[in-house]
Design a protein. Structure first.
Length: 273
């Protein structure tokens, strides 16, 4: 069982809760949608799932219904008692915390453990949170995140596409990503003014896409996209990338940042230490 729209609105009214714009709170109020998300996340008995921003527990219940063990994280202290009353009876562990500052190793255990992240992420934290988790939390092997459509397109964008940017390179460095669905505003309470996308992110089992030095690679990526309208020979001049480095990497100095995939960025970083 999960929450219907009438149940969501009743819980909000009974507890005097007004969704916080500052926290980007838009609660999913459609059983079909949350069950679809759980299905796309491909979770079941034996899996360990962590959900960020569990809210009132609608998606949490759908995840628990699929059979995995579920840990739900919520930052809003006013929502926590309501969330616990909804999901604790089905065995969900509820943790109070800010996902951007959480001690993830303490929560998830050793690096040998594998978790699936499933979350409805506010647009203002989605990009840094996904990037930080890919960088620093290897226990999370897969993600299924619901984000603003434009954010989702950036996370999964291939080189050469209009949405491609620095975060696209970061995701491609660690994982393979794809937009696997869309979610209309009408399934939320209150409805947001934007369409949402469901993005599947699977960490590469064989490690990063390139063996190039990490710090140097993303120094160049940041510089390149900061001047994305410029040719790379100009955008990367301040980063010390010489003509010889472009030639050795097989990258055209006249190219622009959005033309290079993560492998080409890696070659350029390796050839310009």
């Amino acid at each position: 069982m999960t929450l219907t729209r009438s149940q969501v609105t009743r819980l909000l009214a009974e507890h005097g809760i007004r969704p916080s714009r500052a926290l980007g709170q838009n609660f999913v109020a459609d059983p079909n949608t949350v069950r679809r998300i759980a299905r796309l996340a491909s979770v079941g008995p034996g899996d360990r799932v962590v959900e960020i921003g569990a809210g009132l527990g609608s998606l949490t219940l759908a995840l628990a219904e699929a059979g995995p063990s579920v840990t739900a994280i919520e930052i809003d202290r006013y929502l926590l008692p309501v969330l616990r009353s909804v999901v604790s009876p089905v065995g969900v562990e509820v943790v109070e915390g800010d996902a951007l500052r959480l001690d993830w190793p303490a929560l998830l255990g050793s690096e040998c453990s594998e978790w699936v992240l499933v979350a409805n992420l506010p647009y203002n934290v989605a990009t840094p949170l996904v990037a930080d988790l890919l960088d620093g939390v290897p226990q999370i092997s897969r993600m299924l995140v619901m984000v603003q459509r434009e954010v989702g397109e950036r996370l999964a964008a291939p080189a050469g596409s209009p949405a491609y940017g620095a975060v696209s390179v970061k995701v491609a460095y660690w994982a393979r990503a794809a937009v696997v669905g869309r979610v209309p505003p009408t399934v939320f309470v209150p409805p947001p003014k934007v369409e949402s996308a469901l993005v599947s992110i699977t960490r590469r089992s064989d490690g990063p896409a390139t063996s190039a030095p990490y710090d140097r690679l993303f120094e160049l990526v940041r510089a390149g996209f900061a001047g994305r309208r410029k040719m790379l020979r100009r955008a990367l001049a301040g980063a010390g990338v010489s003509a010889d480095a472009f030639e050795a990497a097989g990258v055209r100095p006249e190219a622009r940042a959005e033309e290079l995939d993560v492998i080409e960025w890696g070659r350029l970083a390796s050839c310009s230490p």
